[in-house]
Design a protein around this ligand. Structure first.
Ligand SMILES: [Ca+2]
Length: 318
């Protein structure tokens, strides 16, 4: 795979090794396996972490990592150490903590295992024509890049590489109508499998491009207000109640949620910007079928509860 993207992952995960997280990984994973939202996943990782101690890969003192148990220069979970860590410097040890070659080789091996398409980019910044709006966002509306070109999509700077025209691409508008738009390719989804976040994949893809001599995004990000996770959950619940295909109610305005917001706005003759706002929440709530009144004592306070603070941005979910 192209070297600039693993370099970008190293930069994003640990600022090229300068950021050290010092949670004891066994304790961090045990906590997540007991209290976290994805207990099964973390229980498996806990067992792999214990195996690492048993196998002498790390000691009790050096078994440190993020709050979610990710370790080393490119932040690997314990199971990934056993499946995709790679001894690139050839000294007989897979040292993702102290060897830059091993850490970058391991990240490349991991991306390859997740389906990296050789010699393909992650995507391109584009300008969308009027009738290709944000509600066409996401892989479900994907089609070959040359068909997007026929619909009037142009690259923000320069032309698309000729070889890319046959590749499957989909629209990505991370800030709805209020920021740059992209045509994303399969490798965007591969980076997302490394860390399940659109903005993570965009960060890594764009940083890799810049390292390889590319330029900054042409379209600026507008200073848009972020609706709270609770508010986004309210919109997701409302849309689901109205029959929209909401894939998961998680309080995050991802591709699925943004495009459904666009569909809802279009159906209700609102301005189509695919962006969750307080006004939209009110609009959806007024339309959505009323919930049954709460039963006293049952699940008390769920709706009034303070939003759970987000954990620090680090790699745990894929
Ligand atoms: Ca090595």
């Amino acid at each position: 795979m192209q070297r600039q993207f693993v370099l970008a992952i190293w930069g994003r995960e640990t600022a090229f090794g300068s950021h050290k997280s010092n949670y004891y990984v066994v304790k961090a994973l045990a906590t997540q396996a007991y209290l976290g939202r994805r207990k099964d996943l973390f229980r498996t990782e806990l067992l792999y972490a214990l195996k690492m101690l048993q196998d002498g890969v790390r000691t009790r003192e050096t078994m440190t990592g993020s709050w979610a148990g990710a370790m080393g220069l490119t932040q690997f979970m314990p199971s990934e150490y056993y499946t995709v860590a790679y001894d690139l410097d050839g000294d007989g040890r897979k040292d993702i903590w102290g060897s830059v070659a091993d850490a970058l080789g391991s990240a490349a091996n991991q991306l390859r295992a997740k389906g990296w398409v050789p010699n393909q980019s992650w995507g391109y910044e584009v300008r969308l024509p009027k009738d290709v709006s944000c509600l066409l966002e996401g892989p479900d509306n994907g089609r070959p890049l040359r068909e997007w070109v026929k619909l009037g999509v142009v690259r923000a700077s320069g032309d698309f590489p000729h070889l890319a025209l046959d590749q499957q691409a989909f629209v990505l508008t991370p800030a709805g109508a209020y920021g740059p738009a992209f045509l994303a390719l399969e490798n965007f989804l591969v980076i997302k499998r490394y860390n399940m976040s659109d903005l993570y994949a965009l960060f890594v893809g764009s940083l890799g491009d810049r390292m390889a001599g590319g330029t900054a995004f042409v379209t600026p990000w507008a200073d848009v207000q972020q609706l709270s996770a609770k508010g986004i959950e309210g919109i997701q619940e409302g849309l689901k109640g109205l029959g929209y295909k909401v894939s998961i109610i998680d309080g995050k305005a991802g591709m699925n949620t943004r495009s459904l917001i666009g569909a809802y706005q279009k159906a209700n003759s609102l301005k189509v910007d695919c962006w969750p706002t307080e006004a939209l929440l009110t609009h959806v709530r007024a339309k959505a079928p009323a919930k049954a009144p709460p039963v006293k004592g049952a699940d008390a306070g769920r709706d009034g509860a303070a939003p759970t603070p987000s954990p620090p941005a680090t790699r745990d979910v894929r």
